[in-house]
Structures are given as structure tokens and as C-alpha cells.
Design a protein around this ligand. Structure first.
Ligand code: ADP
Ligand code: MG
Length: 235
């Protein structure tokens, strides 16, 4: 469903992505794990069509992502830094997105609005950080995307809300084979959610595979130890 081949991206002299390849099957929940600065957000900006590859390719459902409206309409995205139009409420966002996204669900909107206890008439930009995050999840999930991309989504969500959000996400994975890519700097944060993981370091993937495979090797290892291990070091 997601296929990245030999992707490179430089900012000036600095190579943020350095020949990165990864692959996510349809219906998988893929954890992209890497320390700060390893290139997670840069990769995600390529997967959401915000950045254009210097070299290599980035495809969703066999289509190149950059400048491709069909891909954008099948992709949900919750960025690390949220942005909302100045005076928009959830109600106004609903009208806007409903007109844009063919698979938009009003039923889902009403259910999640009640479940999250959000006021659909309030300005989103004045909501608390956590409520803004909830709003971003709500809106992204109501577009009923085939692919959901989440950049470090856990910050700002309390444990109860986290559980609710995972419930909706994993429900969509089970019900309609939604594909999820979720980034984090902490492997443990994603335990119990991901079935596959990619470990990113300095713009390259060190490991890609099933989480249970990784856990077999990596029991009780910290991420740093794991990197060391994957680089061929002896513990
Ligand atoms: P992560 O999300 O894993 O923390 P990023 O993808 O945000 O990492 O950043 C990877 C590296 O690329 C960092 O060293 C960062 O400073 C650099 N970088 C990211 N975006 C830009 C940019 N627009 N201009 C210059 N450097 C950037
Ligand atoms: Mg980031």
C-alpha cells in the first residue's frame, strides 16, 4: 500500500533522508520508530505530498504521492504540529471536508463528537492542545481514509483519550483494512498497536519487520541498545 524506494532529501548540504526504502502492506499498522532528528517528519512530509523527493520514489497504492490529488483524498494525516484555519469551528471544518472527501462520514462525525465531548461551534484554534489533537483525529477519521498517517500523535493525549483514539483507529483497520503509519521516538509507546515496525536512524531504515520478530531479539533493550544491536554490535 505504501512503498518508498531509495528516497533522498537534502536541506542544503545535510542529507535528512539518505536512501530510505520502506514498505507497508494494506491493513497493516506500521510503527516508524527513530530518535529525534532521524528523519521521521521529513519522510511523512513526502508521504503526504508536502515535500518532493530529491531522488527515489514514494508511492501510495501504486501512485506517486507528490502533486497527486487522488492520493491526497485517500490519505488521512495528523501532523506533529497542528494547524487550523483561524476562526474555523469543527462544524465549519465538517462542511469544508465533506465537500472535498467523497468518503466523509457524518455518522462517524456525530459519534466521535459526542464521545470526545467537543463543542462543534467553538473555534478550534482556541481549544486546548489536547482538544486540538482530538479534533485533528476526529476530522481525519471522518474522511474515512484508506491510509492514515500520524506523526508523533501521542503527545498531548491523556490515557483515556489515547485509548479511545486507538479504538477508532484499530476499528477501521479491522473493519475496512485501513493502513496506518504512525511515528514515535519511543518503541514502547507503540507496543500493543503496531504489527510491523521500521527503525529509522540518520535518514535510513535499520530494521523493518514484524514487531514480535524485533521483540524476540530486543526484549528489554532500550532504543539505543537496539540501534547498536541492529548495527551489528555485541551487547
Ligand atoms: P524527526 O521527525 O525524526 O525528529 P525530522 O525529519 O524533523 O526528524 O528532521 C530530520 C533532520 O532534518 C533534522 O536534522 C532536521 O534539523 C532537518 N530538517 C528537517 N526539516 C528541515 C528544513 N526544512 N530545513 C533544514 N533542515 C531540516
Ligand atoms: Mg518529527
Amino acid at each position: 500500500m505504501i512503498r518508498v524506494n531509495d528516497l533522498e532529501k537534502s536541506f542544503g548540504e545535510f542529507k535528512a533522508l539518505n536512501g530510505l526504502s520502506l514498505h507497508v502492506d494494506k491493513g497493516a499498522v506500521y510503527g516508524l520508530i527513530g530518535p529525534n532528528g532521524s528523519g521521521k517528519t521529513t519522510l511523512i512530509k513526502h508521504l503526504t505530498g508536502v515535500m518532493k523527493p530529491d531522488k527515489g520514489s514514494c508511492e501510495i497504492n501504486g501512485m506517486p504521492v507528490y502533486d497527486n490529488i487522488d492520493v491526497k483524498l485517500m490519505t488521512g494525516y495528523v501532523p506533529d504540529e497542528l494547524y487550523f484555519f483561524g476562526n474555523y469551528s469543527l462544524k465549519a471544518m465538517r462542511s469544508y471536508l465533506k465537500a472535498l472527501y467523497p468518503a466523509w462520514s457524518d455518522e462517524r462525525y456525530r459519534t466521535m463528537l459526542a464521545d470526545f465531548g467537543l463543542n462543534e461551534n467553538g473555534r478550534i484554534s482556541r481549544f486546548s492542545k489536547g482538544m486540538q489533537k482530538q479534533s485533528a483525529f476526529l476530522l481525519a477519521l471522518c474522511t474515512r481514509p484508506d491510509v492514515m498517517i500520524l506523526d508523533e500523535p501521542i503527545d498531548g493525549l491523556d490515557p483515556i483519550m489515547r485509548k479511545k483514539v486507538w479504538g477508532y483507529l484499530l476499528g477501521d483497520v479491522a473493519d475496512r483494512q485501513m493502513t496506518v503509519l504512525i511515528s514515535s521516538h519511543n518503541l514502547r509507546e507503540l507496543e500493543g498497536i503496531c504489527d510491523c515496525v521500521g527503525i529509522l536512524s540518520q535518514g535510513k531504515l535499520l530494521f523493518e519487520g514484524r514487531l514480535d520478530e524485533l521483540k524476540g531479539k530486543a526484549k528489554d533493550m532500550s532504543l539505543e541498545e537496539l540501534f547498536f544491536y541492529e548495527m551489528g554490535g555485541e551487547l
